[in-house]
Design a protein around this ligand. Structure first.
Ligand SMILES: Nc1ncnc2c1ncn2[C@@H]1O[C@H](COP(=O)(O)OP(=O)(O)OP(=O)(O)O)[C@@H](O)[C@H]1O
Ligand SMILES: [Mg+2]
Length: 338
């Protein structure tokens, strides 16, 4: 049977299948032809189209905060995705995918509807924290509680998993995208500068919440304490280059991440004493793109007083976890890749 494993996130979609050559990771974005109201390209291809032919096309993120936001575009996105990975006969493929632990019945129904409209008849789900736990090597028969946390583009979710089930979970609608937007807004309000969101993302990745940067670089006169930004002046419209203190941008990152840390605390508060005892020994496994932010593991470890572990490539681990959940072939291959 043809199997497709899917993790569709707010910003990134990861796919693997027993009939496709390689694991695929693309941005969850679609280029929609506004004349026909049709999705014409997805992922990086969508970016290329939008960059070259503005006017007739608009860029749509079909997901918001980890949930489907635009059913039509999500269906078009799925159709092109299936085509992209060379799905021979869509009706014969079985899709296994994960959804956030906080997803409710409406979300599940909506995803089913989109898949069905996209031609997929067979689908099975697993909660994302369970997939992540299995993906990082925690056994489904493990009696002790294990805590996992995913910090993605639009959602942060912490959960305690025990015996392959979610024992407690908490989430907050904050992710990397919010940090990018906060950087854009800050530069516009404080310095009258306009930068593309992509540039804000690059600044964020370069900067992170790195403690060592904070401690060593913010001394007066230290060159590293400033970040050079070239952008457009929002008043005059002309290009401008300025140096701004890195500390200001770090504070923006930390402000958003504090909400993520609170989610971890909330999850711990909702966890039983017995499971908490296990977690105090084993710590937290983190994943998702925003978990790669420099200094974030240290920030979480300091805030929760728990050891923090991070798989090398988190999106592959989620896919491997879905496979393990359904005991499919290929999980080992994905582990090797990760
Ligand atoms: N090295 C890095 N440092 C900091 N942030 C990063 C790094 N790499 C990716 N990111 C950020 O991770 C985010 C995407 O993460 P991920 O792919 O896990 O999200 P997603 O699964 O699409 O979203 P969600 O799970 O919230 O629906 C983006 O905001 C991106 O800027
Ligand atoms: Mg995700």
């Amino acid at each position: 049977m043809k199997e497709l494993i899917l993790d569709i996130g707010t910003t990134t979609t990861s796919v693997y299948g027993n009939y496709i050559k390689a694991f695929l990771k693309i941005p969850t974005v679609a280029a929609v032809d506004i004349r026909k109201d049709e999705v014409v390209a997805i992922g990086n291809d969508a970016w290329s189209i939008l960059g070259r032919t503005q006017g007739y096309f608009r860029c749509v993120y079909p997901l918001r905060r980890g949930m489907i936001d635009d059913c039509e575009v999500a269906t078009g996105f799925l159709r092109l995705l299936l085509k992209k990975v060379g799905t021979p006969k869509i009706g014969s493929v079985r899709v296994s995918m994960c959804l956030p632990a906080v997803a409710n019945k409406t979300t599940y129904d909506m995803v089913r509807k989109v898949l069905s409209k996209g031609g997929v008849k067979k689908v099975r789900f697993v909660k994302r924290p369970v997939a992540m736990a299995l993906g990082v090597g925690i056994s489904r028969t493990e009696i002790g509680g294990r805590m996992v946390m995913e910090i993605g583009g639009g959602l942060s979710e912490a959960a305690v998993v025990c015996l392959g089930e979610v024992a407690s979970a908490s989430s907050v609608e904050v992710g990397g995208q919010d940090i990018d937007m906060a950087i854009c807004n800050y530069l516009r309000d404080r310095y009258e500068l306009v930068i593309p969101v992509k540039t804000a993302e690059q600044l964020k990745i370069a900067l992170g919440t790195d403690f060592s940067v904070q401690q060593s670089s913010f001394r007066q006169g230290d060159n590293r304490s400033n970040i050079r930004i070239s952008a457009r002046d929002s008043v005059w419209g002309r290009p401008r280059v300025i140096d701004i203190p890195a500390k200001e941008l770090l504070e923006i990152c930390q402000d958003k991440l504090s909400q993520t840390l609170q989610t971890a605390h909330k999850c711990l508060l909702e966890t039983s004493e017995e499971l908490l005892e296990d977690i105090s020994l084993t710590g937290i496994w983190i994943g998702g793109g925003t978990a790669l932010l420099k200094g974030f593991p240290e920030l979480l470890a300091e805030s929760t007083s728990l050891p923090v572990h991070m798989p090398v490539v988190s999106s592959e681990y989620v896919l491997a976890g879905i496979m393990r959940y359904w005991r499919m072939k290929g999980a080992r291959k994905l582990y090797a890749h990760a």
